[in-house]
Design a protein around this ligand. Structure first.
Ligand SMILES: [Zn+2]
Length: 82
């Protein structure tokens, strides 16, 4: 479940968009929870910075590029896998 490339991409996004270390620590908590319990969402970093937790849904990977989309703001994130 825990995807390192995805996690790295989300952290990069949070840092580039001004997340504080406290926000990042809380964001990491969400990841940990989602890792133990798949019914818990991996939060969309865009919505997270706006103060809400929205689920990211995985889409099929194409040519080694994985894609996820936020259920709420519909932003796409992609990252290299493998
Ligand atoms: Zn979102």
């Amino acid at each position: 479940m825990f995807s390192k490339p995805m996690y790295r991409e989300m952290l990069r996004y949070l840092r580039e968009n001004g997340a504080t270390s406290v926000q990042i620590a809380h964001y990491n908590e969400h990841w940990r929870r989602a890792d133990h319990n798949p019914s818990q969402p991996i939060p969309c970093p865009t919505c997270y910075l706006a103060g809400s937790v929205s689920r990211l849904t995985s889409l099929p990977a194409v040519a080694g590029i994985a894609k996820v989309r936020c259920d709420v703001c519909h932003r796409f994130f992609d990252y290299k896998i493998g």
